[in-house]
Write a protein of this length. Structure first.
Length: 261
């Protein structure tokens, strides 16, 4: 009977501790959809946009056609964002202190002009030292990595048009310090960035992805096209490392005491 009482007490303690821990990262779990915002840049309004939302299986953003208005414009840009109601972007709250987002990304089309896609955090609260964070794949330059936000990282891999890469970002908060880590997999070993930390957080921000296609400085030349497809999209809560460590330390004396019985 004594053993049963101790076991029950231990289970209750673990349950309470996990409930406390989950309270720190429970809000992102309400995300169940995505919303598309087309033409946040609309420098070439006569171009044709392609916008397909089959979240979480896939999301497609594309642009094609008349991008031939000389130097009067720069690019067309489209966004999609995580949502928990299917009609508006989800805004991160103070309780969103640990999460991971991941998707496979394939960018096709033009390689002679800027034709890029990836994750973006728009730095709505102003705490990211490098401004907007962009984690991108760019067939034009071959760049696969991130810039802005907490710093800069080049994965060392060269991105080519039509290649599918998995791009994952992990975020967690430790006190007043925000932490991000990025990884890419292009069919070989996973390449992971150093841990990027700064004083601040992402509360008030949206978690977005974008596609951008630049125009051709030639008013009589051929049109151009590009497309980005995200597939196997996921976002999930992950416990903060400090919470997990504290949980582990709390269980050690309980387990040791039980083993001595």
């Amino acid at each position: 009977m004594k053993l049963l009482t101790q076991t029950t007490s231990t289970s209750a303690f673990i349950g309470l501790f996990l409930a406390f821990a989950s309270g720190a990262y429970a809000q992102v779990s309400s995300i169940n959809s995505a919303v598309i915002t087309s033409r946040v840049f609309n420098d070439y309004p006569s171009a044709t946009g392609t916008y397909l939302n089959a979240y979480p299986g896939s999301i497609t953003l594309g642009e094609s056609g008349e991008f031939n208005t000389g130097s009067s414009g720069f690019a067309n840009k489209d966004l999609w964002a995580f949502s928990n109601n299917g009609s508006s972007a989800y805004t991160l709250g103070a309780g969103d202190t640990a999460f991971t987002i991941s998707a496979n990304l394939t960018v096709t089309g033009a390689t002679t002009v800027d034709n890029e896609a990836g994750w973006v955090i728009p730095n709505a609260n102003g705490s990211l030292p490098g401004g907007d964070m962009q984690f991108i794949a760019d067939p034009n330059s071959g760049f696969l990595g991130f810039f802005g936000g907490p710093g800069f990282w080049n994965s060392g891999l060269t991105y080519t048009a039509g290649e599918t890469v998995n791009m994952q970002m992990v975020y967690y908060q430790t006190g007043s310090t925000g932490n991000m880590q990025f990884s890419v997999n292009a069919g070989g070993p996973t390449v992971t960035s150093p841990l990027e930390s700064w004083t601040g957080n992402v509360a008030g921000d949206n978690l977005e992805a974008y596609f951008q296609l630049a125009g051709i400085d030639n008013s009589t030349g051929p049109g151009t096209s590009g497309q980005a497809v995200w597939s196997n999209i996921s976002i999930s809560d992950v416990p903060e490392p400090s919470v997990l460590a504290l949980l582990g330390l709390s269980l050690v004396p309980l387990m040791a005491r039980r083993l001595r019985k």
